[in-house]
Write a protein that binds this ligand. Structure first.
Ligand SMILES: NC(=O)c1ccc[n+]([C@@H]2O[C@H](COP(=O)([O-])OP(=O)(O)OC[C@H]3O[C@@H](n4cnc5c(N)ncnc54)[C@H](O)[C@@H]3O)[C@@H](O)[C@H]2O)c1
Length: 371
C-alpha cells in the first residue's frame, strides 16, 4: 500500500455512496451524505472528508448503533419564515440539507428563513450548508453544537463543542466567501491528522487539568477522551489574547443549537450514558438564509462583497508574506488542484476503505493502492 495515494474524486464519491447504501441509507440520502464528505475532500478539508466515513458514520451506525441510517424527519413547528425539525437521530447531513433547503424556500417567499433542528447527528463541514444558500444567490448562516471539547476561559473542563459559526456570502468572484471554521483554536479532526502524520502540535491548542498546554497529539487525544484535557476557544488560553471572545461565540452557537429547538446541550452531548455505554449524540443545528433581493440587487451585493475582499487581499503584506487570502479562497484553490490531481488518501484511510468494502461485500471495488 502506498503512503499517500491520490484517487479521482468521482470514484471516491461513488464508493462513499455505496458504503452509505450498504449501511442502509436510502439512495437519495446516501448521495447527499457522500456529497458532503466529497465536498470536504475536494475543498481540501481533509479533517472532514472520507477520513471521517468509518469512525464517525460507519462505526456509529454499524458498531455502536447510535445513529439511524433511515432518517425520520419530523416537522415540530412550521411558521411562515421559521421551522423546527426533529431528526430522531437520523443522518445529520440529510437533516441539515433538508433544513437549509427549507430555509432557502422560506427566504425566497418571506425574505428570511430560519430552520433549527434537534436530535440530529454529525453534519460534517458547516460550510456545505452556507454554500447551499450562496448557490441560491442568498446569504447563508449555520452552526452546530458538538460533543463537549472546549473549556471556558479560566476553566479546564471540556464543556462546549467545537461549535462552528459559519457565514456564506455570494460574491462576483469565482468563489463564495465562507468562514468555515470551529470556534476553538483547532478541532479534533486536525489533531487526529497531526497524530497520523507524527507531528507535534503548536502550544496553546489544548489545556490540561493542571492548566498547562499539551502538544503530543496521541496524549492529547487520550486525555480529551478521558476528560483530562480540553480544547481552547479561539483566542487561546486566558484573557490576554482574547480567548473569552471565542468562548463567547462558542456559547452563542450552543444556545442557538439547543434553546430554540429545546434540544440537548453541553455535557448531555458526551455520547455516553452513566455506565459509559454509547448513546446518540442528539446534536442541534441552526440554518438561516437571507434573501439579498429584499435589501438590494444581488449583483450590487456581490460586487460590494467582492470589492471588500479584493481590497483586503490588495493591502500591505507582512514581511516575508507573498499573499493575503480571504475566506473560501484556499478551498477554491484546493478544488482546482484536486480536480486534476485527485484526493490524497493516507494509509489509515486506505485501510479503512478496504475494511468497509470487505465488510459490506462491495466486491466491485478494487483499489489501485492495494497493488
Ligand atoms: N460538524 C461539526 O461538529 C464541526 C465542528 C467543528 C468543525 N467542523 C468543520 O471542520 C472544518 C475545519 O474547521 P477548522 O476550524 O479546522 O477550520 P480551519 O482552521 O482549517 O479554517 C478554515 C477556514 O479558514 C479560512 N482560512 C484559512 N487560512 C486563511 C487565511 N490565511 N486567510 C483567510 N482565511 C483563511 C478558510 O478559507 C476556511 O474558511 C470546517 O469545515 C468546519 O465546518 C465541523
Amino acid at each position: 500500500m502506498a503512503d499517500v495515494y491520490s484517487m479521482d474524486s468521482q470514484l471516491l464519491e461513488a464508493f462513499m455512496v455505496d458504503v452509505f447504501r450498504g449501511l442502509g441509507v436510502p439512495e437519495m440520502d446516501a448521495r447527499i451524505c457522500a456529497d458532503v464528505l466529497a465536498t470536504a475532500d475536494r475543498r481540501g478539508v481533509d479533517s472532514h472528508g472520507v477520513g471521517r466515513l468509518k469512525p464517525i458514520y460507519y462505526d456509529r451506525i454499524r458498531k455502536d448503533r447510535i445513529q439511524q441510517p433511515v432518517t425520520r424527519l419530523e416537522v415540530v413547528r412550521d411558521f411562515l419564515a421559521t421551522a423546527v425539525l426533529d431528526g430522531h437521530h437520523g443522518m445529520g447531513m440529510v437533516i441539515a440539507h433538508r433544513a437549509m433547503e427549507m430555509a432557502i424556500e422560506k427566504a425566497r417567499r418571506h425574505g428570511l428563513g430560519m430552520v433549527v433542528a434537534r436530535n440530529s447527528t454529525h453534519y460534517g463541514i458547516a460550510g456545505y450548508y452556507a454554500l447551499m444558500a450562496c448557490n441560491a444567490g442568498m446569504i447563508g448562516l449555520t452552526g452546530t453544537n458538538a460533543r463537549p471539547s472546549i473549556a471556558p476561559t479560566f476553566g479546564v473542563e471540556n464543556m462546549l463543542g467545537t461549535n462552528p459559526l459559519v457565514f456564506g456570502f455570494p460574491t462576483d468572484e469565482s468563489f463564495h466567501f465562507t468562514n468555515d471554521y470551529a470556534t476553538s483554536v483547532t478541532q479534533r479532526g486536525k489533531i487526529e491528522q497531526y497524530e497520523r502524520e507524527g507531528k507535534t502540535m503548536p502550544p496553546g491548542w489544548v489545556i490540561n487539568h493542571r492548566g498547562e498546554t499539551e502538544t503530543d497529539p496521541a496524549a492529547v487525544l487520550r486525555d480529551l477522551v478521558a476528560g483530562q484535557a480540553a480544547l481552547t476557544p479561539l483566542g487561546g488560553i486566558g484573557e490576554a489574547t482574547g480567548g473569552y471572545k471565542g468562548y463567547g461565540y462558542a456559547t452563542v452557537v450552543e444556545v442557538l443549537s439547543a434553546a430554540l429547538q429545546q434540544g440537548a446541550f453541553l455535557k448531555q452531548l458526551s455520547g455516553l450514558d452513566a455506565d459509559g455505554s454509547p448513546v446518540p449524540y442528539a446534536l442541534g443545528h441552526f440554518f438561516l438564509a437571507i434573501n439579498i433581493e429584499c435589501f438590494t440587487d444581488t449583483a450590487a451585493f456581490r460586487k460590494t462583497t467582492g470589492d471588500i475582499l479584493r481590497e483586503l487581499r490588495g493591502s500591505l503584506k507582512a514581511p516575508g508574506q507573498r499573499r493575503i487570502f480571504t475566506c473560501g479562497e484556499k478551498e477554491y484553490l484546493a478544488w482546482m488542484d484536486r480536480r486534476a490531481k485527485g484526493i490524497p488518501l493516507d494509509d489509515t484511510v486506505q485501510r479503512q476503505m478496504i475494511t468497509m468494502r470487505d465488510e459490506l461485500e462491495l466486491n466491485g471495488y478494487r483499489f489501485d493502492f492495494e497493488r
